[in-house]
Write a protein that binds this ligand. Structure first.
Ligand SMILES: [Fe+2]
Ligand SMILES: [Fe+2]
Length: 256
């Protein structure tokens, strides 16, 4: 039964990778790339709201505990319990190292298209409420929107980001503290239902384990698939805003 869902997920991952914007990041100027990243930051800022919304809405304490654990990783502490820079702060640092000025990051306004996607993402959580498989719907959306596709987005962008942010033992220059970490730590890594604890689980895999337990009938399967579709559609729409507008068509007899 999970095979249908896994196949659908792989299809939608490929769809996002093939998005005309994400498949052609090499063609973007640095100004265009930074403008995109500054809009993308608004989705990153909203991720805490999405996680908190899911925790409030979940009925299962076990799933709540998993989601809470992932949320708390957004606010790391050192071994003495002292708060370190949050993931949003690390994003800010990466953006500075990529060449965005402090003023530009702080004063860039959220575009109408970004806001629409951000609000529609929060509304997607409300749509999960009151249906027979609401816990499944909530984590299926959360996982694909906030983990699986995030990793796919950053993987597509990484060839450009790595021009100014390095990673790995032999890396020279500034290391990525945000984008690289999330590209690795959020990724899908394995099909749902085949997670192996050895080596640790990514965030996608931690949520996938709960999904595998909850998908026991065709109705549940279809709900999970529809949430994958909804999450992909929102991310696809977000990147549409950066594509050039189609050239105006010339209508015969049209005026100026
Ligand atoms: Fe994070
Ligand atoms: Fe994550």
């Amino acid at each position: 039964m999970l095979a249908t869902l896994n196949a659908h997920e792989r299809t939608r991952i490929s769809s996002l990778q093939a998005h005309p914007l994400l498949a052609n990041v090499a063609a973007l100027s640095w100004d265009e790339l930074l403008a995109l990243l500054l809009q993308r930051r608004f989705l990153s800022l909203s991720i805490v709201n999405v996680y908190e919304g899911v925790i409030d809405a979940l009925e299962s304490d076990a799933i709540k505990a998993t989601v809470r654990q992932i949320l708390h990783e957004e606010y790391p502490r050192n071994t003495r319990g002292v708060p370190l820079a949050s993931h949003r702060e690390l994003l800010f640092r990466d953006l500075l190292h990529l060449g965005a000025s402090r003023e530009c990051i702080l004063t860039t306004r959220e575009a109408a298209a970004t806001q629409e996607v951000r609000l529609a993402s929060l509304q997607a959580l409300q749509c999960c409420l009151g249906q027979p498989h609401s816990d499944l719907a909530l984590i299926a959306f959360l996982r694909f929107w906030a983990e699986v596709l995030v990793s796919v987005e950053y993987e597509c962008l990484w060839p450009r980001l790595s021009e100014r942010l390095a990673q790995g033992p032999a890396a020279a220059g500034t290391r990525s503290e945000f984008f690289y970490y999330h590209m690795i730590h959020d990724r899908r890594q394995s099909d749902i239902g085949t997670e192996e604890l050895l080596g640790g689980l990514t965030h996608s895999q931690e949520l996938a384990r709960h999904m595998a337990e909850l998908i026991s009938c065709e109705e549940a399967l279809q709900i999970a698939i529809s949430q994958v579709e909804r999450a992909w559609e929102l991310k696809d729409r977000f990147y549409q805003q950066f594509l050039p507008l189609p050239a105006p068509s010339h209508r015969p007899g049209g005026g100026l």
